[in-house]
Design a binder for this molecule. Structure first.
Ligand SMILES: Cc1ncc(COP(=O)(O)O)c(C=O)c1O
Length: 334
């Protein structure tokens, strides 16, 4: 809890990010007395029934049943940069919505939100008694470099935070951190019980993870290595830096923070997503020993989320290999 501002002073331990989302939903409903949600497009919050209902990445794709009636999707992609244009007009002024937001939207293609959008949305939500839940399952624990939690990038303090993945560095752990008022509203309702949440072995592991982040300076490492990568990858955005401009992709954007980055590729012919090129580049990189992935609605964003111990030397190698794979592909995809 010492990693959070004073208002976030209650913690519930569970065993996964999904269990944390599920519990956050119960807490939110106890506190607001309502079940209305705002979510970002292409968000993913977990695999339980409640979490899928808040995850356009699931309910709007293969096998999904579409958007539940109690959910409004905000188009997070419009918030890139600092435009802050958003479909806030769809939000009713007197409903206490619970606003769920991944602090950088991974499945949407590593979308960094804007402070303006976050501040406007949260202030609108709070004015009707609603709350803001930050999902830090992917972005938390120093990964974004500039801060320990990615929500800090936007200067808004959440009412609840969901934790998972890196919390146990591979060991299954999750948690919900919230305000005293939210925890109190839950006290009088149905009892919450978790057999393994907060067991001593998990807590020792979680505590060791925090120690290692501190002792090995991993937040500073994420910042230094991440800034270097953003800078080097930014070079590819400039068309003149390429060899012959004859290929089926250009780099449209390089974005993210610390060791949570994305490179978006478009077709130069029609500006559409360059999905085929993205998938091929990621596969070629695997042959060279680098596990990247594709993300975004069209799988045209190369997602980069390495272990936190990724060094400057590793980063140099990554840039060399990625440059060579991309340049080779450019030369041969005529
Ligand atoms: C942003 C986000 N929230 C929640 C979850 C769910 O976490 P878990 O897989 O630990 O249940 C994930 C998992 O990928 C995630 O990326």
């Amino acid at each position: 809890l010492s990693k959070f501002p004073p208002s976030l002073n209650r913690i519930f331990f569970v065993n996964s990010g999904s269990a944390a989302t599920d519990l956050a939903v119960r807490l939110a409903e106890a506190y607001t007395g309502r079940c209305e949600y705002l979510v970002l497009d292409y968000a993913y919050h977990g695999n339980t029934r409640a979490a899928i209902g808040l995850s356009p990445y699931k309910f709007n794709r293969k096998g999904g049943k579409g958007k539940p009636d109690n959910v409004i999707i905000l188009d997070g992609s419009k918030t890139i940069g600092n435009k802050g244009e958003i479909n806030l007009q769809e939000i009713s002024g007197d409903v206490p919505y619970t606003f769920f937001a991944e602090s950088i939207v991974g499945c949407a293609g590593q979308i960094v939100l804007s402070s303006d959008f976050m501040q406007k949305t949260v202030s609108r939500v709070r004015s009707a008694g609603g709350i803001y839940v930050a999902d830090e399952v992917q972005t938390g624990f120093a990964r974004v470099g500039h801060s320990f939690w990615a929500y800090e990038l936007y200067d808004v303090i959440p009412d609840m935070v969901i934790l998972g993945k890196p919390m146990g560095n591979g060991h299954p752990m999750g948690a919900v951190v919230c305000t005293e008022a939210i925890a109190k509203s839950f006290e009088t309702g149905m009892e919450f019980f978790s057999s393994f949440g907060g067991n001593p072995v998990s807590c020792v592991i979680g505590s060791a993870v925090l120690d290692v982040i501190e002792e090995e300076g991993l937040q500073q490492n994420a910042l230094t290595v991440g800034e270097y990568l953003l800078n080097e990858m930014g070079f590819w955005k400039n068309k003149e830096n390429w060899l012959p401009d004859v290929s089926d992709f250009v780099v449209r954007a390089v974005r993210g923070s610390g060791l949570f980055l994305g490179i978006e590729l478009l077709s130069p012919a029609n500006g559409l997503p360059a999905t085929k090129a993205t998938v091929e580049i990621v596969n070629k990189m695997k042959d060279r020993g680098f596990l990247l992935s594709t993300d975004g609605p069209y799988n045209n964003v190369i997602k980069f989320k390495p272990p936190m111990c990724f060094t400057m030397e590793n980063a140099g190698e990554l840039i060399r290999e990625l440059s060579s794979v991309m340049a080779f592909r450019k030369l041969t995809s005529i």
